[in-house]
Design a protein around this ligand. Structure first.
Ligand SMILES: CC(C)(COP(=O)(O)OP(=O)(O)OC[C@H]1O[C@@H](n2cnc3c(N)ncnc32)[C@H](O)[C@@H]1OP(=O)(O)O)[C@@H](O)C(=O)NCCC(=O)NCCS
Length: 187
């Protein structure tokens, strides 16, 4: 269990927009660390995508705060049937895996915890709240192979690697694509 002083809150898309500066500050801090070492370019992309994602169907954001301070967050969206999620794969996959239809897949877009709050099951609590009572059949995410903590948590929580993909941008790394079947009411 995380420290009882950490509070977890569902945040809607409108409020998420009002909290953008805090979310962006946490994003900047965490992704400055190896293996990411991301800077302004990634932050700008995060903000641009988030502006659209927070208005999408199925958008769910959980914030974790201690004494009002944002210490972690995670969010996701429902994939649309024409979502580009399954494009740019670098490994062969069964066609059935990549077929999207309404409410088939929840995409876990971000999950990050400030370093001093790690290994206290904060991410686990956010993850379980995000996947609890979803209407989608399954969830998907991408993770960098070099992100050891992230790979460890996802393996522990029953996610399975199903493919690899590389976004068509110069210097873009290969990401692992993972999937988890959403077990209704059993998280
Ligand atoms: C990945 C991340 C979100 C995990 O957050 P966290 O709150 O520390 O994770 P939890 O405490 O819920 O971990 C749950 C379990 O996962 C495993 N785990 C977590 N971090 C681990 C690590 N660094 N190495 C090995 N196992 C780890 C452990 O089994 C842990 O349980 P335990 O502490 O009782 O042994 C955090 O390390 C982070 O923010 N990393 C940088 C951002 C990132 O990579 N996000 C994912 C993007 S896809």
């Amino acid at each position: 269990m995380p420290l009882s002083s950490v509070e977890f809150t569902f945040v809607d898309g409108e409020t998420a927009g009002q909290h953008l500066d805090e979310l962006a500050a946490l994003y900047t801090e965490v992704y400055a660390e190896p293996p990411y070492e991301w800077g302004d370019e990634h932050l700008a992309l995060f903000k641009k995508r988030f502006a659209a994602q927070r208005q999408r169907d199925g958008f769910t954001l959980i914030e974790a705060r201690e004494q009002g301070q944002l210490v972690a967050f995670g969010f996701g969206i429902t994939l649309l049937p024409n979502a580009p999620w399954w494009q740019n794969l670098t490994t062969p996959v069964d066609e059935a895996l990549t077929k999207e239809y309404p409410n088939r897949t929840f995409a876990l877009v971000e999950l990050l915890v400030r370093r001093p709050w790690r290994r206290q099951h904060v991410a686990e609590t956010i993850h379980n709240l995000l996947l609890k009572d979803r209407i989608e059949e399954r969830a998907t995410l991408t993770v960098l192979p070099a992100a050891e903590a992230a790979r460890a948590v996802y393996r522990k929580w029953g996610w399975q690697k199903v493919a690899e993909k590389r976004n068509p941008l110069p210097g873009s790394p290969v990401f692992e694509v993972m999937v988890k079947i959403v077990e209704k009411g059993h998280l």
